[in-house]
Design a binder for this molecule. Structure first.
Ligand code: TRP
Length: 373
């Protein structure tokens, strides 16, 4: 068994065995029964059909509640440490889909405090500025201010603080150490931080005096925070927040996670077409050493980062994806052509995204919570 990987909120390394992670964390698999049930609400998102969104906590309970007329709200977030890349967009797009499907409120937390506390090289000004840049990418995905609000931790602390305190009072240092592996060298802000990420799970109580159930679609790396939040929730008289987890968006190097600390192999939402061309051009593929070999033996889509991009994000048509897989395996399509196809797709997507991102600048204020909250 491959045990040699790490998935925590601060570090994702090694080759991730997602099934094993289900056992490690004690989450549930998004099984066929649940997927079929979801299909009853509307068209299934490709991320569901393909197992990119693959695990959950109490999502079935949440649907029971919904069916009884008890609405939920969506919550997800971003730690603003730099530019937004495609890996960040993936769960946000899934949130957008769910919001459309269930017509519910959405809250998006920007943790400028977190990234300041956890990154020696970033000032609070840096993380706050990154937050305002990141949120443009979120808005550009088509969210509307009527049912979507953005929480910026340092700006909205008045709203978050009473909730965070209630959480903090019920989490011992010993639990925090066990869950996050804190040591004496960690600063005390880091230890407190999980209560700030837990706070939005209960935000409709602070805003409207309602104990609305919460659904958090996000990367599986965030599970540690929400294990804590779920343990505490009943002690505070709240429903446990529920979750659906996606796998990490792959890097262009063939690694399991795209990482902003490697800009040459990360596609940012503000990249120019020539940057994208270059990055995809250098990407790790499942190709053979020579054209002759590839024609003879075929490629290996299962290890190819270019293929994974189509699979995770860019080819929504299952039939077209199957065709591509087959042509690759048979050696009918070579890596160069495949890279060109993907480059074109990404650049078309980014052109549109960047236009919407510009428009978002004019509308940003509509998404912010009023200071009186
Ligand atoms: N800690 C997350 C990060 O580093 C940011 C975040 C805050 C978040 N609240 C969240 C992510 C809720 C997912 C869901 O990116």
């Amino acid at each position: 068994m491959n045990d040699d990987f790490k998935v925590t909120p601060w570090e994702v390394t090694g080759e991730i065995d997602y099934d094993q992670l289900i056992t490690r964390f004690g989450t549930k698999k998004m099984d066929q029964e649940l997927i079929d049930r979801l299909a009853g609400y509307g068209e299934l998102h490709p991320m569901l059909r393909r197992g990119v969104v693959y695990s959950h906590r109490d999502f079935d309970w949440l649907l029971d509640q919904y069916d009884k007329g008890n609405r939920f709200f969506l919550y997800t977030g971003r730690g603003p440490s730099g530019g937004t890349h495609l890996g960040h967009l993936m769960p946000w797009m899934f949130n957008r889909y769910l919001q459309d499907l269930f017509k519910v409120n959405m809250y998006f937390q920007l943790t400028d405090d977190e990234k300041y506390l956890f990154n020696e090289n970033l000032s609070l000004e840096d993380t706050k500025m990154a937050a305002y840049e990141n949120v443009l990418d979120f808005i550009a995905l088509g969210f509307e201010p009527e049912n979507t609000k953005v929480i910026l931790d340092t700006k909205d602390i008045k709203l978050l603080y009473p909730l965070a305190l209630k959480v903090a009072k019920r989490v011992t240092f010993s639990t925090a150490k066990a869950v996050f592996g804190f040591e004496n060298s960690h600063n005390i802000g880091q230890i407190f931080y999980t209560s700030i990420q837990a706070a939005p799970c209960f935000i409709e109580d602070a805003l409207y005096g309602k104990k609305t159930p919460c659904l958090i679609p996000c990367g599986i790396d965030q599970d540690a925070h929400f294990r804590v939040a779920r343990d505490v929730a009943p002690l505070l008289g709240y429903p446990k927040p529920t979750l659906i987890y996606n796998k990490m968006f792959p890097g262009l190097t063939g690694s399991d996670k795209m990482s902003s600390s490697q800009p040459q192999t990360t596609i940012f939402t503000t990249d120019k077409p020539k940057d994208v061309k270059k990055k995809i051009g250098n990407a790790f593929t499942g190709g053979q050493v020579s054209v002759e070999e590839q024609r003879k033996l075929g490629g290996r889509p299962e290890v190819c980062s270019v293929f994974k991009y189509q699979y995770y994000l860019f080819e929504n048509d299952d039939k077209a994806l199957d065709d591509l897989t087959e042509r690759c395996r048979k050696g009918e399509i070579l890596c160069g052509e495949c890279k060109q196809l993907l480059t074109k797709r990404i650049n078309e997507f980014l052109e549109e995204h960047q236009r919407k991102r510009e428009e978002a600048k004019e509308r940003l204020h509509e998404f912010l919570l009023p200071d009186s909250c």
